[in-house]
Design a protein around this ligand. Sequence first.
Ligand code: AMP
Length: 189
Amino acid sequence: MRLLFIGPPGAGKGTQAERVADRLGIPHVSTGEMFRHHVSIGSDLGRKVDTIMAAGDYVPDEITIAMLAQRIAEPDASGGYILDGFPRTVVQVKSLDDLIGEDGLDRVVVFEVDETELVERMLSRGRVDDTSETIRNRFKVYLDQTQPLLDIYDARGVTVSVNGLGEVEEVTDRIVGVLDASDSRATPA
Ligand code: AMP
């Protein structure tokens, strides 16, 4: 099963992608984590993306796409995966289409989180980049950049919405439940 998790910053998407991937026995593919790993080991790629990431900008599509293409070609990804943080741009959607086909994703899980609660949640984490101004901007960037992607996947009929608020365990159950339910609807008896 190939899945994509999309949601605003602070929605708990990465945590849930990891947990659901564990339950389904498929890898969690996070481009953000892959970039952070490269930065931490000081690879050529890491040195290239370090300042870009620190500024909160997007890494150029060609770099991101090449890294992702290589990752999903690895043997452990042959039975599926959960994409987290990719695609983020329309160009990346097209590239993913080229790699796995327009019908390559089984489901796109969209995290619905109320903005007010999201901001409160992020402020309570006390992270340095979680000032209310930064949070509002990150939320805005998410809406600006990701909305076109949701429209594309909506038109393909693969999106399912999940309420991202609640206990971690409860949200994981909710996602697995939604995936099971949408699966049985999609598969004729
Ligand atoms: P994340 O952990 O998904 O929030 O990603 C952290 C950072 O990695 C982002 O702010 C970007 O700088 C970079 N990044 C991750 N995924 C992508 C992507 N698909 N396209 C461009 N930049 C990305």
